[in-house]
Ligand binder design. Structure first.
Ligand SMILES: Cc1cc2nc3c(=O)[nH]c(=O)nc-3n(C[C@H](O)[C@H](O)[C@H](O)COP(=O)(O)O)c2cc1C
Length: 258
């Protein structure tokens, strides 16, 4: 059965999880489906949707992917559709939101699961895990990742029970939070350690950074994933005294979108 995975990731945790359960050539950034540079192949029968939980629900790009990409194609070839989110502590109703949106697009979700990963969301987690701590954390997850891989291979059916009412409440609250953070300019300051290497421009999952006169400039739709802060090779961004970066589990070059 031909499979592909539509992936959204900020700091790379979800890419790491995707790489544990699928082959690299089956994984594509969700933004590429949205901008039309990637389409779901006609003979794809198994589709994975993978993303981090953002404010208790799904990132907007996942919502757009389901509504605008899946919602506008003939999905009758899709037999097995799965949703896997990563989260830092409270997974909220992310997979349920996917299930609901897919249903509205006429697609039945077959499987959902969630994997707790290190949280490097700076407004809350001011002390990102070191590389050693990250590896120790991940070692404890390997069994679960193996199990998910096997579940998907055998096309196990498993859905997370949810209440539509609570899901709708979380979604409404999350919308307010997301509107807030696009207005607050993310709290990041670019220091003179920046050498204009454009890593942040290349990895931003929502294309919120442009290079101007050799230096990165923010546009106005940051989603506060802080990948730019964590992955800058010169630690050139500052955030309210945070002293270290979360290096994550995948090479920065694997996160390049442009
Ligand atoms: C903007 C934002 C909001 C987040 N909200 C939540 C949340 O509500 N609950 C939670 O458990 N983790 C939350 N997290 C943590 C991420 O879901 C988690 O670290 C995830 O593994 C990051 O995946 P990524 O590296 O693929 O982006 C949030 C992270 C960000 C950047």
């Amino acid at each position: 059965m031909k499979r592909e995975i539509a992936l959204f990731t900020g700091t790379g945790n979800t890419l790491f999880v995707a790489n544990q359960i699928a082959n690299e050539d089956e994984i594509f950034f969700i933004e590429k489906y949205i901008d039309g540079t990637k389409t779901i192949d006609e003979d794809t029968e198994s589709l994975g949707i993978m993303f981090p939980t953002h404010v208790g629900t799904i990132p907007d790009e996942v919502e757009i992917f389901i509504k605008e990409v899946l919602g506008k194609r003939d999905n009758s070839n899709l037999g097995y559709v799965f949703s896997i989110c990563t989260y830092g502590g409270i997974k909220g109703s992310a997979n349920s939101r996917v299930e609901k949106l897919l249903k509205e697009a006429g697609i039945a979700l077959s499987y959902s699961n969630a994997v707790r990963m290190p949280d490097a969301y700076l407004p809350i987690d001011k002390k990102p895990l070191s590389e050693m701590e990250t590896l120790a954390f991940i070692n404890k997850k390997l069994n679960k990742l193996d199990k998910i891989k096997n579940d998907i291979e055998i096309e196990r059916v498993r859905l997370t029970p949810f209440s539509e009412k609570i899901g709708a409440k979380i979604h409404k609250w999350a919308k307010g939070q997301k509107d807030r953070y696009t207005k607050t300019n993310n709290g990041l300051k670019l220091t003179d350690r920046c050498v204009g290497c454009a890593t942040c421009y290349r990895i931003c999952p929502v294309d919120n950074i442009v290079m101007k006169d050799g230096k990165p400039k923010f546009r106005n739709h940051c989603i506060e994933c802080y990948a730019c802060f964590h992955r800058c090779p010169n630690f050139a961004y500052e955030y309210k005294g945070v002293k270290s970066q979360y290096k994550g589990l995948e090479d920065t070059s694997k996160l390049f979108r442009r």
